[in-house]
Design a protein around this ligand. Sequence first.
Ligand code: LIP
Length: 267
Amino acid sequence: MSPINFKQRFEFAKTLINQAGDLAMGYYRNLGSLNIQSKGLQDMASQADLETEELIKARIAESFPEDAFFGEETGGFSPPADQGMWVVDPIDGTACFIAGVPMWCVSIAFVVNEKIEFGLIYDPIHDELFSAMRGGGAHLNGKPITTSDTTSLTNGRMCVGFSHRSTADQIVPVFDALLKAGGMYVSYGTGALGLVYVACGRLIGYYEPHINSWDCYGAIAIIREAGGHTCHAEANNGLIDGCEIIATAPGITDEFAALLAASKNAA
Ligand code: LIP
């Protein structure tokens, strides 16, 4: 197998994610046309999700037929060793999207041997493209970004995500501990956007008891290159099973880790 050209795929993905965002925006501007399907409690999808993913999948297959694909809507499988794989959420923040809340994005990541090589997050509403290649720094619309320089949970906001894949007992103690520590939080319904807001310093951290790989891999690549700390989301079959996600600005990594551990012990 010839060496994988990451740079070529990364540049290809910058164009592709914009095309996918344009397609999704067409549906977003015509929400009345959506056929919404329930995937579970508070978990929905529409043809916008599926057709956006199908566009991404088809363009990748045309340009890189040797690559594997793993998407929220069409699934996939763990590839053999050394085979590259695209991990895609066509619309992250689907609940917001179908409700007309302007907080959603397209997420694309590329993984080889359980290592995230690059990630891109495109928010068409605000025309913001977050991107990073491993070793190449993190960027927002081509300009370098870095995480917040805060050194305290009392200086800045955490983003906290939740889905009914988890239980109230897993999240309520975290809110309790965070607020008692003088912290503050926001919650968007899109893990990918919340995570990249940590990468560019708008937020100081992200926590969610369980998140899927397609929701977070793209943003994780960007946070790591922006100087942030992330959990090892790829470990323990994270691609298939998802993970508990922790991402922080470096100055609060230890403080939040201690708070999270204490909240679990108190539960
Ligand atoms: C969403 C995630 C978010 C989670 C939501 C949902 P989707 O992804 O980004 O972190 O809390 O329940 O899973 O379903 O909008 O692609």
